[in-house]
Design a protein around this ligand. Structure first.
Ligand SMILES: Cc1cc2nc3c(=O)[nH]c(=O)nc-3n(C[C@H](O)[C@H](O)[C@H](O)COP(=O)(O)O)c2cc1C
Length: 174
C-alpha cells in the first residue's frame, strides 16, 4: 500500500512546465520590491491566497513548529502578521523572537524565504488589525498582536523546467 502511495506521489509533476526565467543579475537591489513584483505576478496568475505564508517558530526545547498565516503589510516596519499573544506561536516568540516565513506560489514555481527577528508593533496597530478582520464584530481582543519580522536574510527561488533552479539571496544588516 505504501508502495502504491509512493508511486502515486512520484507520478505527479513537481512544477508546471511554462515557468518564467529569473535572472538575479537584473533583480532590484531592494528585496521588498522584488517580493512585491512576484506577489503581483502571483495575483495575476490566479494563485489562491498569495498573501498566505508558513511561519516557523521554535519552542523552549528547540523543536520548530510552523503554521500558515496571512501577511498584513510589508513596509519600513517590516513583514507584518497578526495573531494571539496567548497562542503557541505567541508564547514561542516571547521565549525566542526569531522566526522563518515561507511563501510558495505553485503556479509560478516560486518560493520566498524570509528569516529574522520578530518584534511586537503598537497596541493601536494591533487593535486596528483586529477591527479590520472580515468577521469583525466590533469587540476588542486584548491578546491580539500585530507582529513584524525584521529580516536578516531573504531568499528568492525560481523553479526551472530543466531542473536548474535559480536562487537569489539577500543578506541584510541585523
Ligand atoms: C491560510 C491560513 C491563514 C491563516 N491566517 C492566520 C492569521 O493571520 N493569524 C492567525 O493567528 N492564525 C491564522 N491561521 C491559523 C494558524 O495557521 C494557526 O492554526 C493558529 O494561528 C494557531 O497556531 P499556533 O497554535 O501554532 O500558535 C491561518 C490558517 C490558514 C490555513
Amino acid at each position: 500500500m505504501s508502495e502504491a502511495f509512493r508511486r502515486r506521489l512520484r507520478a505527479l509533476p513537481d512544477f508546471p512546465s511554462d515557468l518564467a526565467v529569473f535572472d538575479p543579475a537584473i533583480a532590484p537591489d531592494d528585496p521588498t520590491l522584488l517580493f512585491k513584483e512576484w506577489f503581483e505576478d502571483a495575483l495575476a496568475a490566479g494563485v489562491p491566497q498569495p498573501h498566505a505564508f508558513s511561519l516557523a517558530t521554535v519552542g523552549p526545547d528547540g523543536m520548530p513548529s510552523s503554521r500558515m498565516l496571512i501577511l498584513k503589510n510589508l513596509d519600513a516596519d517590516g513583514w507584518q502578521f497578526a495573531s494571539a499573544r496567548t497562542s503557541r506561536k505567541g508564547r514561542e516568540l516571547v521565549g525566542n523572537p526569531r522566526a522563518a516565513m515561507n511563501f510558495y506560489w505553485s503556479a509560478l514555481g516560486r518560493q520566498v524565504r524570509v528569516l529574522g527577528t520578530v518584534v511586537e508593533l503598537s497596541a493601536e496597530a494591533s487593535a486596528r488589525d483586529w477591527a479590520e478582520r472580515p468577521a469583525a464584530d466590533g469587540g476588542a481582543n486584548p491578546a491580539w498582536q500585530l507582529y513584524s519580522l525584521r529580516p536578516v536574510e531573504i531568499e528568492f527561488w525560481q523553479a526551472s523546467p530543466d531542473g536548474d533552479h535559480v536562487r537569489h539571496r539577500y543578506a541584510l544588516p541585523a
